[in-house]
Design a protein around this ligand. Structure first.
Ligand SMILES: [Zn+2]
Length: 271
């Protein structure tokens, strides 16, 4: 079963034809469920879709889209296993348009919670922190054992600006403290990480011996081949152990760049 994350860049790309072409491209990737950000309306070529809060407020959304399995919105408050009668709304404190939570029902396996998260600029860190605060109680429920969380978090853990990195690291470590693991790192360890061919890839500015950064974004003002790891995928151990491949469509000739300045990440799990 394949899960993808992609920022479609529709916050700046407004043409309906251009948007439709990006949606067709995504639908043609053969994935089952997509976590999308800056995903423009109308959402086409989909069977089911779930969008985040304030769904009418913008012409683009953060959403979870299914191309095959039935999905439903997490529309009930969450009760942690340790607190009988306690209930937490999700979303609650998240910034509008940054968080969508869906439950994927699987015929022969336990459901999977799928979270699309957008680190909206002008404190992307705050977007992630507020969403993380909302999501925390889910991890203390049976549903929280099988979670995929992904999105354009805009958290630059690769930065060589030490003050930027000092803040970025703990924010993503917070997600890991919930029991989520970085799928790129896991895929690299398992030697199942597949990236596109990039002729002019510069070395990562983080300089860390265990660097697992990948280029997921390219910007007109970036130096050619500069590292920009804006997009991330995480999953709980139960799913990460079932990871079969992680593919990043970031090659120089990948069609994704024709639609967006972000590359899709596609995780395949044996479910
Ligand atoms: Zn790095």
């Amino acid at each position: 079963m394949q899960f993808a994350t992609w920022n479609l860049s529709h916050a700046v790309k407004k043409s309906p034809d251009r948007r439709a072409s990006a949606w067709r491209y995504l639908a043609g990737l053969g994935i089952d469920v997509a976590m999308v950000q800056e995903a423009g309306r109308p959402i086409t070529d989909v069977r089911t879709s779930i969008v985040g809060p304030k769904r009418e407020a913008k012409d683009w959304v953060t959403a979870v889209v299914s191309y095959d399995p039935p999905i439903r919105e997490l529309d009930q408050p969450v009760s942690p296993s340790w607190g009988r009668g306690l209930e937490f709304r999700v979303p609650d404190a998240a910034r509008d348009g940054t968080l969508a939570v869906a439950i994927v029902e699987l015929p022969a396996a336990r459901p999977v919670v799928v979270v699309s998260l957008y680190g909206m600029l002008r404190y992307a860190d705050q977007s992630v922190l507020r969403a993380a605060s909302d999501l925390l109680p889910i991890f203390d429920t049976p549903l929280g054992k099988r979670v995929v969380l992904a999105g354009d978090l805009n958290i630059p853990t690769h930065s060589n600006n030490m003050s930027e990195r000092r803040r970025a690291g703990p924010i993503l470590a917070l997600l890991e403290s919930f029991g989520l693991c970085d799928l790129v790192r896991r895929a690299k360890e398992k030697e199942i990480l597949k990236q596109g061919v990039q002729e002019h890839l510069e070395s990562c500015p983080c300089g860390l011996p265990d660097c697992s950064h990948v280029r997921t974004h390219r910007h007109g003002r970036h130096a050619k081949g500069a590292m920009a790891n804006n997009d991330y995928m995480y999953a709980t151990d139960d799913l990460a152990d079932r990871l079969e491949s992680l593919k990043i469509l970031n090659g120089d000739t990948d069609q994704s760049w024709g639609h967006s300045d972000h590359a899709p990440l596609i995780a395949r799990f044996a479910l």
